[in-house]
Design a protein around this ligand. Structure first.
Ligand code: NI
Length: 171
C-alpha cells in the first residue's frame, strides 16, 4: 500500500468542505487503508482525507500510532453530535508543519459515523481523543486548527506561513 503525500497550507483542497460518502466502494476502502498507513508512517495520530488531497468525508485516528490495533478508528461521514466542557491545549497539524498553538476544544464529545462496512457507529470520547475528533472533523469542513484562534493570531500565523512558502520557492 502506498504512502500518500500530505498536502499543506495553501492548497485549496484544505479549505473546501469535503463531500459526503454515499457508497463505500473499493476506492474508499483503499483510501482508508492508505490513509492509515500514511498516518502511521508520518507519524501522526489523526488524518482527514482532504489532507491527502481527497475532498471526501473520511477520517482515521490512532492515538497509539500503530502500537495498539484497538485504538485504530476509521470513520466515514463523521458528525459531532454532542460536546461538553472546554479545555485549552497545544495543537499541531501535519498540513501546517512547525506551527503549534493553544486551541480551545471540548473535553467530551459524541461522534456518529459509519465504519467501512457501512454500519452506523457512535463513539463517546474525552481528552486527547475528543480533541483529535474535533480537529479532524474541522478538516472536513475546510477549517484548519489555527482558524480557531483570535483574528490577530490567525493573521500572524498566515503571514509566517506565506513567508515560508515564498522562501521555499526561492530555493
Ligand atoms: Ni490536521
Amino acid at each position: 500500500m502506498p504512502i500518500l503525500e500530505i498536502i499543506t497550507y495553501g492548497n485549496p483542497v484544505l479549505v473546501q468542505r469535503a463531500e459526503e460518502i454515499k457508497k463505500i466502494d473499493k476506492t474508499i476502502i483503499e483510501l482508508a487503508q492508505n490513509m492509515v498507513q500514511t498516518m502511521h508512517a508520518t507519524p501522526g495520530i489523526g488524518l482527514a482525507a482532504p489532507q491527502v488531497n481527497v475532498s471526501r468525508r473520511l477520517i482515521t485516528i490512532d492515538l497509539s500510532v500503530g502500537e495498539n490495533n484497538e485504538d485504530l478508528i476509521i470513520l466515514i461521514n463523521p458528525e459531532l453530535i454532542n460536546q461538553e466542557g472546554e479545555i485549552i491545549l497545544e495543537e499541531g497539524c501535519l498540513s501546517v508543519p512547525e506551527i503549534n498553538e493553544k486551541v480551545t476544544r471540548p473535553t467530551r464529545v459524541v461522534v456518529k459515523g459509519m465504519d467501512l462496512e457501512g454500519k452506523e457507529i457512535m463513539i463517546e470520547a474525552e481528552g486527547s481523543l475528543a480533541r483529535v475528533f474535533c480537529h479532524e472533523i474541522d478538516h472536513l469542513n475546510g477549517k484548519l486548527f489555527f482558524e480557531r484562534l483570535s483574528p490577530l493570531k490567525q493573521s500572524l500565523i498566515k503571514k509566517k506561513l506565506r513567508k515560508r512558502a515564498q522562501a521555499g520557492k526561492v530555493e
